[in-house]
Design a protein around this ligand. Sequence first.
Ligand code: ZN
Length: 175
Amino acid sequence: MSKSGTSALDSLPVFFAHALALETEAAERYQELADVMAVHNNPVAAELFQKLAGYGHQHAAEVREMMENAESVSLAPWEYDWGGVEAPETSAMADADYRMTSAHVMQMALKTEQAAHDYYASVAAKATDDEVRRLAQEFAEEEAGHVQYVKQWIAKNPVTLEELPEDDDPAHMPE
Ligand code: ZN
């Protein structure tokens, strides 16, 4: 654990570890969703997820670059603390499966980006380390941009969202 602190709020290395986990895992999930949409003949939705996966990979790469100039820590799975924010980017998509309609997965994408925003915003609000606060603020703004992007995409593509039939037994959405 970092000598400068023990949580993402007071330690830049711990914050980086959280950001890297969040972005990497989200990018991987989006990539899976992009592949599922492509297989299910929904190239427009596939393109959206490809784009969101790209944002995640790009953000993870930026974080990795910042980490090169900082002390680094590696956290055990139970050492991650998402600060009471309901879902980090990954768990919002835990229930994704191939039967989900594109309307469902769009809502998941929206939740995912919103959760990422909420996590960074809560860190920015509570951080005691100046650099953590500054970066968390910056990341929160980026995520707010992704939220807008997904919302606009949904507004522009109602037909695409209606193309897939509803399931008889829809997957349970986390509230
Ligand atoms: Zn994002």
